[in-house]
Design a binder for this molecule. Sequence first.
Ligand code: ATP
Length: 970
Amino acid sequence: MATQKSGKERQTWQTSSPSSSSSSSSNVSGNSLNKSVNGPIMHQPNRSKTPATAKRSVTPNSRAHDSKRSVTPVPRSHNNAGDVDFVKAPNTKRPVTPLNRSNSINPEESEWLLGFGQEMMKILLQMQILLIVLNYYLRKGEDSQGGAGPGLGEGVWAAAGAWKAGGWAGLLNKLSLKKNNWSSESYKFDEVFTESASQKRIYEVVAKPVVESVLSGYNGTIMAYGQTGTGKTYTVGNLGKNDASERGIIVRAVEDIIANTSLSNEGVEFSYVQLYMETIQDLLAPEKVNIPVVEDAKTGEVLLPGASVIKIHDLDHFMELLQCGEANRHAANTKLNTSSSRSHAILMVSVKRSIVGKGKNVTCEKVAATEAQSDVGIDKIRKGKLLIVDLAGSERIDKSGSEGLLLEEAKFINLSLTALGKCINALAESSPHIPTRDSKLTRILRDSFGGSARTSLITTIGPSARHHAETTSTIMFGQRAMKVVNVMKVKEEFDYERLSRKLESQVDHLTEEIDRQQKMRDKYKNEMEKKIKEFQRSSAEEEKRLIARSEILEKENARLEQDMKAMLDELNHQKDYNKLLHDEVARLEMSIEQYKQNHQENSTYQKALADTTQMYENQIAALIEQLKDERARYERAGNQSDVLKALLSDHEGSMKLFQTENSKLKKELLDAKETHEKAIADLSKKLDDMYFRCEHAEKQLDSLRNVSSDQTTEQKLLLETIQLYEEKISNLEKRFEDERACRAHAEEQMESLKKHLSEEKSSQDQVKSKINDLTERLQEKDQNYRDAVDKMQCLQLENANLLLDKEKFKDELDTLKEKFLTEEKQRMTLEAELVRLKKCLSANSEGIEDKKSYAKQHMKESSSFRSAMGLNRSISGQRATIAKIFGLERILKLLSSEDIEVQMHALKVVANLAAEDINQEKIVNEGGLDALLMLLQTSQNTTILRVASGAVANLAMNGILFYLFLLIDV
Ligand SMILES: Nc1ncnc2c1ncn2[C@@H]1O[C@H](COP(=O)(O)OP(=O)(O)OP(=O)(O)O)[C@@H](O)[C@H]1O
């Protein structure tokens, strides 16, 4: 039973001192049995005479007696390091017959071997084998971060011991060894087994806790020590090929390890070597001999470089390899054991288990709690190493009868076992010097006893009283071993490699993700760019098209405008023309009106003219009538005038005659005047007379003339009236003619005007239709123009939308770019973090190296102090790691956290760091002292005050800082 105590993990070898006691149940003599057990072995003449070392050749299904152990002899040609080949005899319990390569087995020998095997089986069935188990197991104390003192183990194993004949008896954990008939000695062990104990029970009690420790990251060692032939190999290395219940510790332990390890993610590797005559040989690759024993400078781990390290895939694979290894092991037939192991077989199983987050895969709650406290979320790797050592049996040479090589082997075996014993003694006495360098065995086992491993020592003793001395020696060896205290130390480290791998994979994943997103973005961007380009192209095209169209439209517009202008001009012109026409028409109409008026007037005139004409005609008729009358009168008057004219012409003639006569007379007168002056006078008288008569004639003429003048004046007047009328008529006719001509002209003009008007009208119609046509075309054009404008507006709107889309896409692109930059930054930060962690890893490794060397130095000074220091170094290493990882500045900042838990943890970390000289100055420089003093002033929490004052006290112990404290005090 294990009790839990706070403090370092520490395993104590059970410290029960041997006590003599006379037990009623222990007084059994085993003499007869001794003989029966040892006699045949010791007195095998052939075997004692064949002191050869051989390699085991184990073949399954060859056991003759019980299926547990059947060995088929197989001729061995394989020989290493000058060993002698042998053939195992059939039907014997591990019968080993050493033979030289040149020798062959003869039938007699074979017969004997067969007989011997059968005999041997009978004997062994009666043999009592006692296993004394010294078990050191982990008691779960508080881990290294708990800060309290170490706890001592008080594990007590309760076990039923069965009394057996043979000189000793086991009861629970006590063993009584009969000294003689009346006295016996009692020894206390963790467990005492008898021969009836099953392999399973032995494994579960002895080895399983160690295996569990190994799985939890500790080193574990299971050693079998005892006199030759007492069953070490059987207990430890039995493969149990025919009967699984007979499987030894090795097979069961590896089976357990495999069952508790994920072989795909975690690793189980093993090496199998033998130490034969101070030479280490690889049992898995027997050609590898002289393997050196070295100590890892960093971890202090004992290593065997050059030994094959094979990764275990499954149990069958391991069993196969183990069987091969077993076959390569040196064994020989001695007097005490027909298959005596002549070498120490060491199986090293390395278990790597990863711990992810909060204690996954962890059986130990405390360790999980430790993880939870310190490194939540950070992967850790736990490396456990299981060492299973099947020591060669100690033998008394005189008893074993070894000679030659066997003797040499026995010497080496005893030498190494003595060296082991010395080391155990030194450790039991807490001697400062442990003579591990005396033998390769102790060098290999250096860290398995008195080190940091959990160790189970199985000591085997035989029942024969004849070997009382050896049995006592074995028991004493076990008793001394129980005094050894191991300080267990979990071998746990950050799985930086895994963490780095994980981070790298994370970075890879993120990079992949970013790349994927980048690709997607690029694709999207390309698509968008393509779209934008397409949009731009289409919009440019559209723009171009629009521009072209608008140009065409503008041109069309201009042309239309020109057309319109021209049309307007034409229209204006037409309008003018129209106006003109209108004017003309108006004028014409006016003139028509005028004409009409004129015509009316004319008609009035004509009427008047007709009337006048009528009147004139009437007048003319009247005048003609009158004229006729007048003519008639004229004619009459003419007649009269003719008459008168005739008269007048007569008169005129008469007058002319008169005048001629007068002239003649006058001439005659004048002639006569002169001649006739007298005659004038007479003729004057006669002229007077004649004058008279002329006068009278004149008078008569005048009267005639008067009458004629009256008639002439009337005629004249008439003529004048006629003339006037005629003139008037002619004037009127002329006017009439003129009027007619004017009318004809006007009619003509009117006709032409009408014609012109009709022409005008037709042209006007044409113009009108042209105007209508033009108006229609104009309207059409206008509609087209409006449509074009609408379309242009639509396109402009579309263009604006496209521009908006473009802007939107640009914004989106910018956002994506920003996002990408942010992600890039994140990636870079992660990469930087990775680099920083890698640096931390290397720095931490260096730190660990330093700590190791420091610890090593201190370990030399005192074992107990060394242990404590080792743990402290580990803790400080972790603190330094914490400080490195989190940064002292950040931890100091947490001191002012409002969360009391956070504050408390930070304070604890600072206090722990302040306990180390190297950190003190840095803490003060970083402002830690001020923060601590502030906490002391402000905090009410007693724990905080206690831890803070402790931290300040630690800082105050620093010589350099002491001066500063004085200053603060001042
Ligand atoms: N519990 C047991 N049950 C049956 N047979 C046993 C038992 N223990 C040992 N033996 C047999 O006793 C013989 C000697 O045992 P084993 O070889 O294991 O002894 P040993 O201590 O390893 O001897 P050595 O130190 O010489 O190698 C073997 O034949 C083995 O099979």
